[in-house]
Design a protein around this ligand. Structure first.
Ligand code: AMP
Length: 380
């Protein structure tokens, strides 16, 4: 028996999964190293968490993950490693087996995603030195969205910026890919579907027959919906104001828009939806109001892009678990065919719309890791 390792390297975390290389891949264990760069901590899904003194970067975090896997699965023989890579640029619309040349091309995309791409590629390089003989497969967050029509791919800037790659790429592609495959299998009658991936990062995708035609995320993972700590859509004039009038540097604006805004910035309390729902502070209620208002606004816009609507899917930590947010999003949308059955919704049922509803509203747990594992199996 051979095995597949999946790695998802974020700015301060490294998530991993070990799978039997069967078709479909069978999960053996998953886990995460968090707070890399601070007091790193290993949290296996099926064991006690522990601090990792001496782990300062992704390479040393991977060494700790491998020693954990060696202890728990001593016979594992990893022949393929699947990586989540945020940006595939214009060239990659599907997972690919990495070569040194492709890795160099992906390095060149780092300016498009400076907070993510370098960490993803550091994870790839660490895995190459740990498993020099294994196939290394990259799975891109942008790939699922590569076929958007021009009007959903461009900004109204002079043409040369589009040619230089300043486009609406869209992200969360692995999650949408998973939902598309789930829908193809279980809901083949649905053609026009809007998927709301609502987690600490949040975006929405309009799919026609399982293919993305529009996304709320654009050039960066800042656009669209407000998120845990990210602003979401912003008038670019605000950025000019911050630079001109408040004298903020690019680094300070980056910190503001990525880490201090969204639910956390609006509430002044937290980025965590559970805590906001439990809070009696009126600012928490206003942050939730803004979050649901923007989801509803984008729902309308994406329904127009699709020319109608057959299904809505909620996924991500908030989408899968928060009956309150789902109910708030669906409120008063009967005119577009969307409604939500209170009992089904409270029970986190798969289908939460009433029987016979014109639009099937669903809550489906997403699984980005299995998408990576499937690609590693296919290309490894
Ligand atoms: P993710 O990034 O997909 O892990 O999602 C994280 C977000 O999901 C956080 O804001 C959590 O507070 C939120 N979340 C998880 N479980 C629940 C729940 N039962 N109710 C409301 N929000 C939840």
């Amino acid at each position: 028996m051979t095995h597949i390792l999946t790695l998802n390297a974020g700015s301060s975390s490294l998530k991993y999964g070990l799978y039997d290389a069967t078709d479909p891949p069978r999960p053996l264990t998953t886990g995460k190293v968090g707070r890399i760069g601070g007091t790193a901590r290993l949290s296996p899904a099926d064991g006690p968490a522990r601090d990792l003194p001496g782990v300062t970067d992704h390479a040393t975090a991977l060494i700790s993950v491998l020693s954990e896997l060696h202890n728990t699965h001593p016979k594992a023989r990893v022949t393929a490693v699947g990586h989540r890579v945020v940006h595939g640029g214009l060239d990659y619309d599907a997972p690919i087996r990495l070569t040194p040349e492709i890795l160099t091309k992906l390095d060149a995309l780092s300016p498009f995603a400076p907070l993510h791409q370098p960490h993803n590629l550091a994870g790839v390089r660490a895995a190459i030195s740990a498993f020099p003989d294994a196939a290394q497969i990259a799975c891109f967050d942008t790939a699922f969205h590569r076929n958007h029509p021009f009007v959903n791919d461009t900004f109204a800037l002079p043409r040369r910026y589009y040619e230089a790659g300043v486009r609406r790429y869209g992200f969360h592609g692995l999650s949408y890919d998973y939902i598309a495959s789930d829908l193809a299998q279980h809901e083949p009658d649905l053609s026009r579907v809007i998927v709301a991936h609502l987690g600490n990062g949040a975006s929405m995708c309009a799919m026609r027959d399982g293919r993305s035609i529009a996304s709320t995320m654009g050039f960066s993972a800042l656009d669209g919906l407000p998120m845990g700590t990210r602003s979401g859509q912003l008038d670019p004039g605000v950025v000019l104001y911050l630079m001109d009038q408040e004298g903020m540097s690019p680094g300070q604006i980056t910190e503001l828009l990525y880490n201090q805004s969204g639910l956390k910035g609006l509430s002044g309390l937290t980025n965590d939806m559970r805590d906001l729902e439990a809070s009696s502070d009126p600012r928490a209620a206003e942050a939730i109001d803004y979050f649901t208002f923007r989801i509803r606004r984008e729902l309308g816009a994406l329904a127009v892009s699709l020319g109608g609507l057959d299904g809505v899917v909620f996924c991500g930590g908030i989408g899968e678990n928060s009956a309150m947010i789902r109910a708030r999003v669906c409120e008063g949308l009967d005119w577009i065919g969307i409604s939500c059955d209170a009992d089904r919704n409270a029970a986190n049922a798969r289908v939460i719309s009433p029987e016979g509803s014109p639009v099937r509203v669903m809550a489906i747990p997403t699984n980005e890791e299995i998408v990576i594992a499937r690609a590693a199996l296919a290309l490894g």
